[in-house]
Structure formats: C-alpha cells, structure tokens
Ligand binder design. Structure first.
Ligand code: GDP
Ligand code: MG
Length: 725
C-alpha cells in the first residue's frame, strides 16, 4: 500500500476577498497559475475557485471569493462570500484573508477592511492596481495605511507581478502568528445600536455549531442586523434570528432610529478620521472622455446599436460556416460508417444515435465560442457595464436587469449560449428570471419550421393590408410575437414566482481597459469545455434515448410485404417502397405510438398524430421537426424546409373527412406552438447545468408547454369560431 496522499484540506487556507473588480481573480491566477475567469465587470466570479500557492511557510490553499462591496449581504451571492470568509456551513475556515483593494479607490475599498477587522479575521491588505495608481500620479503609501489600520499592507500589481513575493512573506507571517494580522483598532457605535447587537449575539452564536469567537459573533450579529430583512434572498437564516432581527428593527423604527445609518455611519466616520483620503484627481481621464461619447444620448445609442449589431452578426453569419462545417463533418463520418458496416441496427445506432448525438453537441460550439469571445471583449474592456447602464430603464420596466440584455439578444440566435451568458448577472434571482424567458426568444432553429409552414400554406403573392407581402409579414409577426411574449413572461414571472427585492443598479462604470487576448481565450475555452463535458453528456444521452424511441421496436409487422414488392421493381419504385417502409416503421415505433398517444391532447390545436410524431422528434432540436415530417410522409430523412415534395405533401394531407389538415390557421397555430414551447432538450440541459437543479428545467418545460398549448388553442379555436379555416 502506498502512503495516503496529503489531503488538500490539511493545507492552511487563504481567502482572497474584496470589492468587485479589484483584481482578485487576476491575483488568484497569478498566485496559483490557475485559469479562473477574469473580467472588467462587477460580479464575474460567482462560484469560488481554489488553487495552490507556495510561500515561505510551505504550500497553502488560495480561494477566490466572489466580490462584495461589504459583508452586508442581501443576495445569496454575497452570502457566498460571507460563508466562505467565516467558514460557515462546514466550509473550511480560512486561516487568513487577503483583502484585495483597488489602490485608485482606497478609502471606499477599506470599508470592507473595517468589517473584517471587526470580526477579528487575520488580515493582509493587498493594495492592487498599483501600476494604475502610480500612472495617475498619486499612489497610496502602504506604510501609512498599515499604521492607520494596524494590519500588514503590501503594494502589488496583478498585471505586472510587482509585490507578489512580499505578499507571500506577509501572508506567511500572519499564518505563523495570526495576531499580527488582527488589528487592535476600535470604533464605537451609538449605545442604542450596541444594545441591539448584544441582543442578537447569543442567537448567532448558537446558530454556529463551532461556537464562534466573541469578536466574530459580534460581527455576525451586526451582519444579521444589516442584512436580514423580509424579501431578502439569503438562504438558511434560522427562523429565530429572522424573528429577532425583525423585532429589533421594528423597535428601532418605533424609536425613530435608523440602524443602518447608525452602524454604517460610525464606520465611515472612523475611516474619514484616519486621514487616508487623497484629494480626488481633477484630471479628466481617458475613460471620462470616451464615456462622454459612449453615454451620449445620440452617439451613445448609435455606437450601442453598432456593437450589438456586430454581436448579432457574429452569432448568425460568422458562426454559420463553422456550424455548416461541423454538420458536414458529422454527415461525412456517418456516411463513411454506413459504408463500412452492414445495414442494420448496429449501423443505425452508431450513425443515428452516437455520431448524430456528438454532432448535436458540438454544433453549438461555434455560437458559444463566438458569444464568449464577444462577451469577454465587452466585459474586459469595460463596455458591458455601459450596455447595462444604457438599457437598464427599459429592461427594468419588465423586471429584468440591464445586464440581461445581451443574453436576451443572443437568444435570437440560440438559447444555449444565451443561457450560459446569464452568468454575468450577479443575483441568482436575475439569472433565473433571464434563463426562464430567454427560450421564448425566437431562436434560429425555429426558422426552418416557420419557413416550411409559411411557404407551404401562405400565398406567395398574397398581400396583407394591400401592401405587405403575406409571407414576409408572417415571418416578422412571429419574431415580434415571440419577443413580446418573452417580455410579458418576464413581467409576470418577475412579479410572482421570481419576485425579488428591488435593488438599484449598483453598478460602477469601471475604467476602460484593453482586453487581454489570453483572458478572453481562456474564458472561451473554459465555457466550451464546461458545455461539452456537462451539458453535452445530457444532450448526448437524450439524443440516444430519442433515437431509441424512434427506431424501436425493430420487429415491426408491416402492412405490406415490401421485400417481395421490391423484387424486380425499377429503381424508382424501390426508392418509393423504401421511403414508404421507413414511414411505416416510424409510425409503428415507440415514438410513433407516443405521437398517437398525444393526439387527443393536440387535436384541439389542429394537429394530427403525424404532427405528434414530429413534435416528439423535434424535442432533439426543433429543426429536426422538418426531417421527421419528411420521414413520416415517406419523402426521406434528408428533406429540408426548401423541399418541394414535402411542401406539396403537406398541402395534400387530408383529415379522414376529406378536409385539408394543413390550413393557414392550423399553420399559424403550429408556428405559435413552436414559438412558445420548450421543444429543446439542449436548452433544458443547459438550464439544469446553470441553475444546478432539476427544478428549474422542469418548471421551464412545464410553463412553456402550457403557455404554448393555451395560446395555440385560443388562436386555432378562436380563428375557427371567426370562420377561418
Ligand atoms: P475581480 O472582480 O476582483 O476578480 O477582478 P478581476 O481579476 O476580474 O480584474 C478586473 C480587471 O482589472 C481586469 O480587467 C484585470 O485585467 C484588471 N486588473 C487586475 N489587476 C490589475 C493590475 O494590477 N493592474 C492593472 N493595470 N489591471 C489589473
Ligand atoms: Mg473575480
């Protein structure tokens, strides 16, 4: 037996904390050589990352904590930072904290330091972005800051690498003698506030089974007083703490006191008294000058439209050749496999199940990579914060966050990368709300279905209101309709299931910085890897399951004796018989039976069981509807929406009573059904991954299916009542 490997948990842990956008992740990557994602954007780090760093005292574990402006947390994300710093809920408790401070905005950043000092956390302050502070001409003096606060302070730059060795020395010292990192400075709160805090201390102490030390219990009590409130998003706050906070706050209100002001005000007065504030730089920076244009009412809007246009273009036109190449490669692989294998179940499984499954995962990569290249650029440069700023008012009208704009826009191309892009939102509630409505945006997979139906059922030379071509108008209508439905759904869900406290857009506009290619590429790579390994496995599994549904059972009893009919027939007839046989096989498959089974449910929408089979097949990916219909109607699987035989066939389909199945009204109902239903397992797989629960994909699927059914029903039955067919 070999010796047990050294357990990672045995290493002392050092947490990197600080305000958003101060360079914590950059520093983390420098120290550990890791590949965490960096962005010039508040709220990029949502989960925490852990890596190793070797310093004098030996290897230590470094943890990148999500950014927070302070320990007062109202969202579950800020609470992640809080729990990580105090080692709550069974987390390893950090032995020391490096507070990363933006040296260009010293005093505001130090507010957080006061809270850590108050909690008795062993602390080292890293004054980061020293290169920038120096170039601005008034860098803070680490010695003065250290004297004022009583904790070690090191000047560093995550970009140039300056001061990192000194940081290692300082952290080693604090790890060896934690008291060196504990300041003995104090400030006082008004005595009424002190009494309130004292009332809460026993409750938070008992809530923590490890029995927190006194300073920390006091800090936790203050935290609870400032953070716990009705409607917050905090998780697992004991009921008695909630009750006591409510009582204390109600009493303070009744006495005409404002607890927030008492506590926060005392801290700021103390900070001010330290005399660390530097005169604000009166120089107009490059960022100020660029912002005068970018935030300009007219020019700002034009440049915004331009940037969003490029984003849009990249998701459609620029990724298209790559999507085509991936599809062609997998088609080639499939044909090659069929050529070397005898026809039968094995070849079908390999080609239609496995190869097709991998293809349907990888085909998302071009759009994911393009979107994350764009996002990386927008975030790193600092423009993303301006986007949020520009659209925030409009978005807020329907309860969405300004930053949800880019994911929503990306939803026109594909919901899968768009849902991954919700990562830029820092509140869980905002992320979930965006994820729940992005799939309503009309994605490009719906386009072939709209095209097929509109071209088959609406007259080419028809005019709507005498001037607008009917076919084009229908297409525009579908896009406008889906957008309005997405906004409506956001408004409703945001006021009901996903109600959250209103928070002002607490968004600083970070200075513009040149994006670094390495960090953008890194982000693209990480997202692609995550998609393929995590969402990809679900998608692959579902593709194989769907293939099974549509290909089994194998021992079909056919209505005709195809083999003897084929004998001696002409090539043309053989081809027809083959197609007819595939159609019959599909109709008798489990999927086909499922299509018949759901017929009663979809008949009120004007759909028959053959469309039911198409709907089952479309679950793999919406555009598969077209080729499934090709097989159902015996035209062949390689049918596309431009196929004339399929269009003719659709027009000719009749109900048993002889009336046509496909009428313009039924076509509209079918398009609306596709616009509103969550017919896309890849979307559901990604929502599962990003929300980390099955609850949200199940909810998404249910609400969209119900919505699709109800609206299609209303349109179809309403239209018939009005005399349309
Ligand atoms: P976090 O939100 O605190 O994790 O900050 P990030 O590590 O994501 O960095 C925010 C931005 O600041 C990125 O654009 C970094 O490239 C940039 N940055 C971080 N540290 C430094 C530094 O020391 N000097 C300069 N010039 N830029 C830095
Ligand atoms: Mg970060």
């Amino acid at each position: 037996m070999s010796a047990a490997p050294a357990r990672a948990a045995a290493l002392p842990r050092v947490a990197l904390a600080g305000n958003p956008n101060t360079g914590k992740t950059s520093l983390f990557n420098r120290l550990t050589g890791a590949n965490a994602r960096v962005g010039n954007y508040p709220g990029v780090t949502v989960e925490r990352e852990i890596g190793r760093w070797s310093i004098d005292i030996g290897p230590v574990e470094v943890m990148d904590v999500p950014g927070a402006y302070s320990l007062a947390a109202r969202s579950s994300e800020e609470q992640v930072a809080m729990r990580a710093l105090f080692g709550l809920d069974g987390d390893v408790r950090p032995s020391a904290v490096i507070l990363v401070v933006d040296a260009t905005q010293l005093v505001r950043n130090l507010y957080f330091a006061l809270q850590l000092i108050e909690a008795g956390v062993p602390l080292v302050i890293a004054l980061n972005l020293m290169d920038v502070a120096r170039s601005q001409g008034n860098p803070p003096d680490p010695v003065r800051v250290s004297d004022a606060l009583g904790v070690p302070v090191v000047a560093v730059s995550a970009n140039t690498g300056e001061g990192l060795a000194a940081l290692g020395v300082a952290v080693s010292k604090v790890l060896a003698r934690p008291d060196e990192g504990r300041a003995r400075v104090t400030w006082r709160y008004p005595s009424a506030a002190e009494r309130d805090v004292t009332r809460l201390v026993p409750l938070v102490t008992s809530a923590d089974p490890t029995g927190a030390p006194p300073a920390e219990a006091r800090a936790l009590a203050i935290w609870a007083l400032l953070s716990v409130e009705p409607g917050d998003e905090l998780l697992d706050i004991p009921a008695n703490v909630r009750r006591e906070v409510a009582t204390v706050r109600a009493a303070a209100d009744a006495a005409g006191r404002d607890l927030d002001t008492e506590i926060i005000g005392a801290r700021y007065r103390y900070l001010d008294g330290l005399g660390l504030a530097r005169p604000p730089s009166t120089r107009i920076t490059l960022t100020d000058r660029v912002d005068a244009w970018v935030l300009h009412p007219v020019f700002g809007l034009v440049s915004f439209l331009f940037v969003m246009g490029v984003l849009f273009q990249s998701l459609f036109a620029w990724s298209d050749p790559f999507i085509g190449a991936i599809e062609a490669a997998f088609a080639w692989l499939g044909d090659g496999t069929r050529a070397v294998l005898p026809p039968g179940i094995l070849a079908d499984f390999l080609v239609d199940g496995i190869i097709n499954g991998f293809g349907s995962v990888l085909v998302f990569l071009p759009q994911i990579l393009m979107l994350f290249a764009m996002l990386g650029f927008l975030e790193d440069s600092g423009y993303m914060a301006r986007v949020a700023y520009l659209v925030d008012r409009g978005m807020k009208a329907v309860g969405l966050h300004g930053k949800a704009f880019v994911p929503m826009l990306s939803g026109y191309a594909c919901a899968v990368p768009a849902i991954m892009a919700t990562r830029t939102l820092e509140r869980r509630r905002d992320r979930l709300l965006t994820m729940m409505v992005v799939p309503l945006m009309s994605c490009s997979a719906r386009l072939p279905i709209y095209t097929l139906i509109i071209a088959s059922l609406f007259p080419v030379d028809g005019r709507f209101l005498w001037i607008f071509p009917v076919q084009g108008s229908m297409m525009v209508f579908m896009y406008v309709f889906s957008t309005l439905m997405a906004l409506l759904a956001a408004g409703v869900l945001g006021k009901t299931l996903l109600r959250g406290p209103k928070v002002p857009l607490l968004l600083e506009l970070p200075p513009y910085r040149l994006p670094r290619a390495s960090s953008v590429l890194r982000q693209m790579w990480l997202r692609a890897k995550m998609f393929v390994t995590e969402a990809g496995t679900v998608i692959l599994g579902c593709t194989i399951a769907l293939w099974f549904l549509l290909a089994f059972p194998r021992n079909v009893v056919f209505d005709k004796d195809y083999d003897s009919l084929r004998a001696g027939a002409s090539d043309e007839v053989v081809e027809m018989l083959d197609a007819e046989q595939s159609a019959e096989r599909l109709q008798k498959s489990y999927g086909g039976r499922l299509g018949k089974l759901i017929e009663p449910a979809i008949a009120p929408l004007g759909f028959d069981w053959k469309i039911g089979i198409g709907l089952v097949g479309a679950f793999a990916a919406r555009e598969v509807f077209v080729s499934t219909m090709g097989v159902v109607y015996g035209i062949g699987a390689d049918t596309d929406e431009e196929s004339t035989p399929l269009r003719d066939r659709i027009r000719a389909e009749k109900h048993p009573d002889g009336s046509p199945i496909y009428t313009p009204l039924m076509g509209l109902s079918l398009m609306i059904f596709f616009a509103l239903s969550a017919q896309c397992m890849s979307t559901l797989a990604v929502v599962k991954r990003e929300s980390r629960s099955w609850r949200w994909p199940i909810f998404l699927f249910s609400y969209m299916t119900v919505l699709a059914w109800v609206v299609s029903f209303a349109v179809y039955q309403g239209g018939r009542a009005l005399g349309f067919e």
